[in-house]
Design a protein around this ligand. Structure first.
Ligand SMILES: Nc1ncnc2c1ncn2[C@@H]1O[C@H](COP(=O)(O)OP(=O)(O)OP(=O)(O)O)[C@@H](O)[C@H]1O
Length: 641
């Protein structure tokens, strides 16, 4: 595959090779990755920093000459003008469609808001290399599901369809091809993606989707689109009354209402909550459905004011949602029709099990309500199966996107470079000058390392920003905005804090510290590199490896081989003799669970090989993207984007 990377294109191909591998005795080498200048080379154990020591002015000049912008402090006023954040400084206060009762079912266009929601230069766009996303889709469930080829065929409400077009989603992704019809048919859906997200829909639709992690497979829209479309037209009947928030006299403290959402979407991280809120703002444009977001760190007063204007679609992190469930004067769950638990496995990992039980239990949700649960999850561990068993309907669908391995990451060129721990700072500095400037995420394993590296690079004139769990909420949001808008195109982060980020133009991910076992291992590696090359775009991932990373070596080699990337000399010891890689998936897990009577639901037969799809509860298998129904009992094959 030819490598095209427009602005992300490395200065010279060879500059990114793994020429810096240590020699065969395993001794370290210079970290320098530039052409043909490897110092005295193999066998030396002392790293030899390549960067010369310059004055601050000289470093700054070097950075500017290379094309790195000057780092600037974040300008709230400007962001509010250009980013639609016209009511406050938190992203949770971003502008939503100003619906008025008199509009009827569909409101008029608001060009200024439309430009902010859909026309933003920072909105992710599908790339040209979607061929690697041409992955099998397997659907198991009580009925055969016919995917559709285009959004036009999906029977969506015209306003949602128009919003999809404004968002420039010209074709559905694999997950969308299958889950949208399932949710539209009112089956319960459990969607499991390898990055972590399930679906639950109340009447009797369960769908379980598995997708390769971190490729931006469109899971959010896969549930958001059918839910919003289903509710459109019914919103007037289903939704609680709300005040006219567009009136200049509206005061949330005195005229506000209690929030009575129809949809609750729970996500593990604040940043993900904001991203999903963005998608909700787009899909609810011109509808009376009012999206709100709340997350830890957002002042409770801000949340209270937002909810007081009415709320139909609530996106929340679990802790904050549980807090609100204990405040019935602010929030009631009594109207909830759709509960989405996004990245359920991630939430369990973060010890949110108790909160999830409480949320899935529904609080004061009306028991008679036609309640749909949608869960997504990267894997299908026991804890998730337990939750699903308890709360999902017995008849559910499971949609798995992607087979074993990480082939979808073929859009990422992965380079592993040997760098001694003491040489990493200079190595990363040099690396940033090896290619044309592009938005770059640098991952460290500790908060201290993030701070230290940020200082180091900033002091050398590079436009950095950073994020980790010890930063306050405004600092976190500033970092996210500065990175997204390109004001600080180099973001240094711990893996957890940048989990799930979807940032347009992120062309390079650097694993300054590889995530060895205690930092999430190969799964975390996959998540991290998936911040680049999203949804058909291409990108580069460079990782610093040394003998402290040996525990990830074998898995790393499997990923490199599977993605057709070069295995450097120092990792050859892990390469299988026959060149074939064998990936574990979650099947064993499920078998184990089923054996213990802990399996998921009934009809779909989790973890089994029973994929004949002959009705009567047996699974149906489909493959590919888009829809091209073939022989029923053999499943059907679908074409890609
Ligand atoms: N049909 C589509 N066409 C083009 N772009 C799309 C489509 N569906 C979603 N997108 C965009 O793709 C990007 C990735 O979507 P999303 O974040 O939902 O993926 P994801 O499955 O959660 O990814 P990951 O699991 O890798 O984090 C988003 O910017 C979204 O706006």
């Amino acid at each position: 595959m030819g490598w095209e990377q427009s602005t992300n294109e490395p200065a010279g191909d060879d500059a990114w090779t793994t020429a810096a591998a240590p020699d065969n005795n395993g001794a370290t080498d210079n970290f320098d990755t530039t052409n043909g200048d490897e110092g005295s080379g193999g066998g030396e154990t002392e790293a030899k920093p390549k960067a010369d020591v310059l004055s601050t002015e000289e470093y700054t000049k070097k950075a500017r000459d290379a094309g790195w912008a000057k780092a600037v402090a974040f300008d709230y006023a400007e962001f509010q003008r250009t980013g639609g954040e016209d009511r406050g400084k938190y992203m949770g206060e971003a502008q939503i469609y100003p619906f008025k009762e008199e509009f009827g079912e569909v409101g008029p266009e608001v060009p200024e808001l439309e430009a902010v929601l859909f026309g933003g230069e920072f909105q992710m766009r599908k790339g040209e290399h979607t061929e690697v996303l041409n992955i099998d889709v397997t659907v198991e469930g009580p009925e055969k599901i016919l995917p559709f080829n285009s959004f036009d065929e999906a029977g969506l409400h015209p306003v949602v369809l128009s919003n999809i077009k404004l968002a420039q989603y010209d074709q559905p992704t694999a997950i969308q091809c299958y889950t949208i019809p399932i949710i539209n048919q009112k089956h319960d859906v459990l969607a499991v993606a390898q990055t972590g997200k399930p679906f639950l829909d109340p009447p009797s639709v369960d769908v379980y989707i598995t997708a390769p992690p971190g490729i931006g497979s469109g899971k959010t829209a896969a549930y958001m689109i059918p839910i919003i479309s289903n509710l459109m037209g019914k919103a007037k009947k289903l939704a609680a009354s709300r005040p006219d928030t567009t009136s200049s006299r509206f005061d949330p403290r005195t005229m506000g209402v209690r929030a009575e959402p129809l949809v609750v979407i729970v996500v593990p991280t604040r940043e993900l909550a904001m991203q999903i809120f963005d998608e909700a703002r787009r899909m609810c444009y011109r509808s009376m459905l009012r999206p709100c977001v709340t997350y830890g760190g957002l002042p409770m007063g801000v949340t209270r004011d937002q909810l007081a204007g009415g709320c139909d679609v609530l996106i929340a992190t679990p802790g904050r949602l549980c807090d609100l469930m204990d405040k019935p004067h602010i929030l009631t769950m009594s109207r909830v029709k759709y509960t989405v638990i996004d990245e359920a496995d991630e939430m369990l990992d973060q010890d949110w099990a108790e909160e999830l039980e409480k949320i899935m239990g529904g609080g004061d949700t009306n028991d008679d309500a036609d309640h749909v649960f949608i869960m997504t999850s990267a894997t299908f561990p026991k804890g998730i199966r337990k939750l699903a068993n308890e709360y999902l309907n017995e008849d559910f669908y499971r949609v798995r996107v992607g087979a074993k391995g990480q082939t979808a990451h073929k859009n990422i060129r992965q380079n592993i470079i040997w760098v001694d721990p003491q040489s990493k700072r200079d190595a990363v500095f040099d690396l940033l000058f090896e290619a044309e400037p592009t938005r770059t995420m640098i991952f460290c394993n500790s908060k201290g390392a993030v701070d230290e590296l940020d200082d180091f690079l900033w002091n050398r004139g590079l436009p950095t920003t950073s994020i980790h769990a010890d930063r306050n909420q405004l600092e976190r949001e500033d970092a996210m905005r500065a990175f997204r808008t390109g004001k600080a195109p180099i973001l240094i982060a711990t893996g957890v804090s940048a989990r799930g980020w979807d940032v347009k133009g992120c062309g390079h991910v650097i694993n300054y510290d590889l995530p060895s076992g205690m930092y999430g291992g190969i799964t975390e590696y996959i998540h991290r590199i998936g911040r680049t090359a999203r949804i058909g775009n291409q990108g580069l991932a460079t990782s610093f490896y040394n003998d402290r990373n040996e525990d990830i070596g074998e898995e790393l080699v499997k990923v490199l081989i599977d993605c057709d990337c070069e295995v450097p000399e120092f990792l050859q010891q892990y390469a299988p003799d026959d060149g074939k890689v064998d990936f574990d998936d979650d099947t064993d897990d499920e078998d184990e669970g089923d054996a213990e009577g802990d399996g998921f639901g009934g009809g779909a037969g989790f973890g089994g090989d029973d994929t004949a799809g002959d009705g009567d509860g047996a699974p149906v298998v489909a493959s590919g993207w888009g829809a091209a129904p073939a022989a029923a009992d053999e499943g059907f094959t679908a074409s890609a984007w």
